[in-house]
Ligand binder design. Sequence first.
Ligand code: DCP
Ligand code: MG
Length: 362
Amino acid sequence: MHEPIRKIIHIDMDAFYASVEQRDNPSLRGKPVVVGGLPGSRGVVATCSYEARAYGIHSALPASKAYKRCPHAIFIKPDMEKYRQVSKQVMEIFRSCTDLVEPLSLDEAYLDVTVNKWGIRSAAETAKEIKRRIAEELHLTASAGVSYNKFLAKVGSGYRKPNGLVVIPPGKAQEFIDRLPIGKFFGVGEVTEKLFVGLGIRNGADLRKLSLEELTRICGKRGAILYQHVRGIDDRPVTPNRPRKSIGKETTLSVDVSDFEEMSQIIRELSHSVSRRLMMNERYAGRVTLKVKFSDFTQVSKSITVGRPVQDEISINRVALELLESVPMNGRFVRLLGITASKLVAHHEATVDEPFEQLTLF
Ligand code: DCP
Ligand code: MG
């Protein structure tokens, strides 16, 4: 007997931090709102309202650049405590539908609604009901993708943002995938995208012409996953969050760099991202590791065990920069940078009474 076809929903809140700010302060509605580092600081944009996106502002953009693109935007410092609260309410709505909820960040989760507590048969109707509750109870909007696996559900939710609902039934999947731009595939970042485009592979249809061997040659282990996804196959189950041993993020640079300032900008973005995931998991890191891969593919990892576990991006950035300074560069070019937080401890175990501003004098 075959397993029944699953019903998977991926939901992602629209412009999450910015929408919460606009919701709570009506004078911000309809305006370009940027949440994150303030202009003049070295911080990055966490997110911005759709009105701000029209000016080319986006997540991870340095705040100074955001200011140049739209000087009349309203810049707001993130209120993580508030977003965490709202996130809990959102996840609460998801869990009232099914126990099979897998959060990916504060504002996004996979749901397996094959069997659900509301007894709704149609996954599309289930997604509508979730969106309706988010609107009614939280006065916020979300976008949802509905399909029979995670890959397609996630692509669906990003397809018609904001406030979208995209259903990809099995019979429509291949046609949808064939038209999908290469950059939308799981694990295809900017660098891999360029590589594919250079080979004339622009969408799913092009990608599907490659053999498993060719794909593995081009992008290693990820090739096997792509081979399956482009055929509409993705058996990953929806798993409610397992406790993590470490949280890491790395980036392959689009061009190899040797300039310290450029590297520190990347480190800043990585610190931000690792910090965000620590916050979401309510964990502090006792150890921070920096990985540097050079253009000749040799690599160095350096770690520091910190006296006081860290979570905020400024502290992580400070430690990572210290590590970067300790790596002998010898004029080499860097092609990849990564930061991993480990020795994770729970919120309450860490001493947090000392204001971290003391540590930010770099
Ligand atoms: N976030 C962040 N830094 C990033 C990306 C996101 O701090 N580089 C935060 C702010 C976002 C939230 O996480 O509000 C959710 O991230 P999303 O990628 O889902 O972005 P948004 O919800 O803001 O916008 P949308 O999903 O509508 O594109
Ligand atoms: Mg979102």
